[in-house]
Design a protein around this ligand. Structure first.
Ligand SMILES: [Zn+2]
Length: 413
């Protein structure tokens, strides 16, 4: 008994037509016409499987199949169908379509099970149209307030609630899922680790913690000509020295720490003026909260030292701190076992990007499965994954779901 890889492949390219771009990527932004058409196709498949379909008050879609005991918490799996502008066709969509395939395989083989199962499709995961990523999952897990979500505006000033009504997907609060036995999300890695290692499966142990700091160096703006080099308090030079020192330190750590200086502004930003003030951001990531905090402390120490050496004033402000998320060790172990039994090569890792699973973790035991991204490319039209990897990833999802729902009268061989 196995998944129907041909059917999965066929459905995948059917969905990829919706919002298809010139270079065969996808633009299917949340709550647009393309999103609506994608949802309709998804629901058409769910109806054929005779699942009980619900839409909640954020447009998240759930499709449920009862087990022998409806009072048990459901095993939920899925992902998102929205994309970034000119994004790839695998991000999110793969997890949703793999979920449909898994359930169809369960249905057509008449597999009996105890726990209910639910496929889920989350709204606005990307944070592209409404700049709040993982909006649908964040809203039902108590991370985001309904009032806040509803009034969010897109670039054209259209409120989330109006866009949701416009495409006809404003459902009821009682349709949310509130407790899960397990949440499982299959997703592309979106980075190069698995592809470079030649591993098929990424077992995701958790999601890295992220610290964002805003750093300002204040020196003295001066004329670029008459001011002698030795007397300058050049804020830009201080910033560059600090960034260089932090960057070299992190590179030498050779662990999961990453650092990015993604944004920088120079004042007055004039060709013949010594920069008086520079502000830049520091994005620091690590899967362990304690170590992440130590990294933040070290960054602050470097900045203080540079400021005192260069006679500039420093200011460090925390913009955001997202704690690392640890997924279920039990589910990680289950996946390892299934991989071992089936000879699937795997690599245990942390996700550097946020996913709906990060919030669903609050509702019950959660885990993610990654499949490799060719050359690590994602959020672009070139995003690609190999079908041999996708089939193994989907089969793994199928076997894990069967275990979690307490399936009986089945045989995988
Ligand atoms: Zn995604």
């Amino acid at each position: 008994m196995e998944i129907n890889s041909k059917r999965l492949h066929q459905r995948f390219y059917q969905m990829a037509e919706i919002g298809k771009t010139e270079k065969k990527g996808v633009s299917r932004l949340a709550l647009t016409k393309e999103d609506r058409v994608g949802r309709e196709l998804f629901i058409k498949w769910l109806k054929k499987l005779k699942l009980n379909i619900r839409v909640d008050d954020f447009g998240n879609i759930f499709a449920r199949k009862e087990g022998s005991n409806p009072s048990l918490p459901p095993v939920v799996f899925g992902s998102h169908l929205d994309s970034v502008p000119n994004g790839g066709k695998f991000d999110g969509t793969l997890g949703v379509l793999a979920a449909v395939e898994v359930v169809e395989t369960i249905c057509e083989n008449n597999i009996q099970h105890d726990f209910p199962l639910e496929i889920v499709m989350f709204t606005n995961e990307e944070g592209a149209r409404y700049t709040q990523p993982m909006l649908g999952s964040g809203a039902i897990t108590g991370v985001l307030q309904k009032e806040y979500v509803y009034q969010l505006k897109d670039d054209n000033g259209i409120a989330f609630i109006d866009a949701l009504k416009e495409i006809g997907y404003l459902g009821n609060q009682e349709n949310r899922v509130s407790k899960v036995k397990a949440f499982i999300e299959l997703h592309i890695e979106q980075g190069p680790v698995l592809f470079d290692k030649g591993a098929t499966i990424g077992i995701v142990k958790g999601i890295q913690g992220i610290s964002w700091q805003k750093v300002t160096f204040a020196g003295q703006a001066d004329h670029a000509g008459p001011t002698p080099m030795a007397q300058r308090k050049d804020a830009f030079v201080s910033a560059i020295k600090a960034m260089d020192k932090i960057h070299r330190w992190v590179s030498k750590l050779k662990d999961e720490t990453s650092v990015t200086f993604g944004k920088c502004s120079v004042s007055p930003n004039v060709v013949n003026v010594v920069p008086g003030q520079v502000t830049f951001t520091v994005d620091l990531r690590h899967p362990n909260k304690k170590i992440l905090n130590q990294r933040v402390d070290k960054v602050k120490e470097i900045i203080l030292t540079i400021a005192s050496h260069t006679e500039t004033e420093e200011q460090i402000e925390e913009i955001s701190f997202m704690e690392p998320v640890l997924f279920s060790e039990r589910l990680v172990k289950e996946i390892e076992n299934i991989c071992d039994e089936n000879g699937y090569s795997y690599h245990a890792m942390f996700s550097g990007a946020g996913h709906d699973a990060m919030y669903m973790n609050r509702l019950g035991e959660t885990v993610m499965i990654f499949v490799p991204s060719v050359d690590g490319k994602s959020h672009c039209e070139e995003e690609e994954s190999l079908w041999k990897d996708i089939y193994q990833g989907t089969d793994l999802l199928f076997q894990l779901v069967c275990k979690e729902i307490g399936a009986y009268s089945y045989d995988f061989k």
